[in-house]
Design a protein around this ligand. Structure first.
Ligand code: HEM
Ligand code: HEM
Ligand code: SF4
Ligand code: SF4
Length: 424
């Protein structure tokens, strides 16, 4: 018998999709305190406002991030969820687990928390929802000592780096996104746990421009696999797609009759830079104009493949709207090698972090700092050369200004000589 009547949130159980309300009700059978969660949620729907206090961070000793504090603002009415902290747990690269590990994690969470989880949160972490303050050190101990797993990042620090499954399964991968993610996690461990940053900093790694972890939209530093040379074309397989022998998009759009595959309509005309042509026999690509959008490769994956001279594009400055509006990341290094322990990438990240820590205001993301101080200042501080990809739109963000030292003769000018040539 439910502790509270919940007519409003019961509505969320209707429809064909999975319902988190049903999940919580099921879990409440073994964890009665979740009845209070349902009760408070119902009240929030009724009052049209949240009944969580703003949480902040409740850490574990020695760490600044990792646990997100959450307290009910009606602890007397809903004592079971007076504390209901969220624990971010560092996920594995590419989200691979074995069942033994998952079993261990769930046993721990049934014992020490609500049993509710969110796999995976938008940070990438495994998210364990709802526990009490006095459980935190115990959870931390079990995770680190028994499961060899670290807490994730939260607050003003490096957030848990995340990546797509890359080369482990995906033939599009141009870089080993998992290896890069692992290396960045280890290299910036201190920044994950001992906050020194003005605000959060996210590193996300996608193996190719399909960008399955949405690094370009969600990370302060996006590392996205790409290639320098030409898209590899197998003309006879292109013909097989055109003749209908192979299904476009590997059959991903099956289930509806889209008609016969039309290479001109579905590939050539949709190329954003219009750099492809098809004369009925041969597919040509003007690779100089190709922006590596992946569209043509996604449609005909057996005929087209990324080139062989592979590396990454580094982008900087994406964020979701909180203080300032949403922004996408800007290309800062069009092509960087991804070898060994990725020192070239770390070098750029270190310079970005130094500049941001020096100049960033409290709760200012690096993208906002670039917006406030200008791309030029960022380039000066990092020593990166300006590239055309940095121009957001003509005239809005000019970043090239001459320094006096760049100009022969500096700013001084012989006015008399000038006026002789250009009389008033
Ligand atoms: C004394 C002569 C000239 C002066 C004082 C002058 C001044 C300017 C100024 C102030 C701008 C705007 C720059 C900016 O937005 O940053 C501009 C842009 C431009 N001017 Fe001139 N201009 C002169 C001669 C010319 C001539 C002779 C041409 C063409 C034959 C020309 C073509 C242009 C064009 C195409 C732009 C736009 C550039 C862009 O979109 O970035 N200008 N000019
Ligand atoms: C119907 C004809 C035209 C239209 C609708 C038009 C429209 C515009 C617009 C909207 C801009 C501002 C763009 C911006 O700053 O972002 C502009 C700038 C400019 N237009 Fe035109 N334009 C026309 C014809 C011409 C012609 C015939 C010339 C030259 C012979 C010309 C030369 C320029 C130049 C040099 C600028 C840049 C000025 C500056 O920003 O300093 N335009 N035009
Ligand atoms: S981002 Fe590219 S490499 Fe990574 S999983 Fe997606 S398609 Fe594959
Ligand atoms: S990857 Fe994109 S830009 Fe490049 S040729 Fe294919 S469709 Fe055009």
């Amino acid at each position: 018998m439910a502790k509270f009547k919940t007519p409003l949130i019961d509505e969320l159980e209707k429809g064909p999709w999975p319902s988190f309300v049903s999940d919580i009700k099921r879990q409440a059978k073994t964890k009665p305190e979740l009845e209070d969660l349902l009760g408070q949620l119902e009240l929030s729907y009724k009052d049209k406002e949240t009944h969580w206090k703003h949480g902040g961070i409740v850490g574990v000793f020695g760490y600044g991030g990792g646990v997100i504090g959450r307290y009910s603002d009606m602890p007397k009415e809903f004592p079971g969820i007076a504390h209901f902290h969220t624990v971010r747990v560092n996920q594995t690269g590419g989200f691979y687990y074995n069942t033994k590990y998952l079993g261990q994690l769930m046993d721990m969470w049934e014992r020490r928390g609500s049993g509710l989880t969110n796999f995976h949160g938008s940070t990438g972490d495994m998210v364990l929802l709802g526990t009490q303050t006095d459980q935190l050190e115990e959870i931390f101990w079990e995770l680190t000592h028994d499961m060899n797993t670290d807490l994730g990042g939260s607050g003003g620090n490096l957030r848990t780096p995340s990546c797509c499954l890359g080369m482990s399964r995906c033939e599009y991968a141009c870089i080993d996104s998992q290896a890069i993610c692992q290396e960045m996690t280890m290299a910036y461990q201190d920044e994950l746990h001992r906050p020194a940053f003005p605000y959060k900093f996210k590193i996300k790694v996608s193996g190719c421009p399909n960008d399955c972890v949405a690094a370009i939209a969600r990370s302060d530093c996006a590392i996205i696999g790409t290639w320098k040379d030409n898209i590899r074309i197998d003309q006879s397989t292109v013909a097989a797609y055109v003749n209908g022998e192979l299904k476009p998009n590997a059959g991903a759009h099956a289930g509806r009759d889209w008609g016969k595959f039309d290479i001109v309509k579905e590939v050539i005309n949709l190329c954003p830079t219009k750099c492809m042509s098809w004369d009925g026999k041969e597919l040509k690509i003007n690779n100089k104009e190709c922006t590596r959008c992946m569209h043509c490769i996604n449609v005909m994956p057996r005929a087209l493949r990324p080139g062989v001279d592979k590396g990454a594009t580094l982008l900087c400055g994406a964020k979701a709207p909180i203080l300032e509006g949403q922004r996408l990341a800007t290309v800062i290094v069009p092509f960087i090698k991804t070898e060994g322990t990725f020192e070239e990438i770390k070098e750029v990240i270190n310079k970005l972090l130094d500049w941001w820590m020096e100049h960033g205001k409290n709760r200012e993301r690096i993208g906002e700092l670039i917006g406030r101080m200008g791309m030029r200042e960022m380039l000066k501080a990092t020593g990166l050369p300006p590239v055309p990809q940095m121009v957001k739109e003509p005239r809005s963000n000019p970043y090239i200004f001459w320094e006096e030292s760049d100009v022969p003769g500096g700013w001084t000018r012989d006015l008399a000589a000038f006026r002789k040539k250009h009389p008033l």
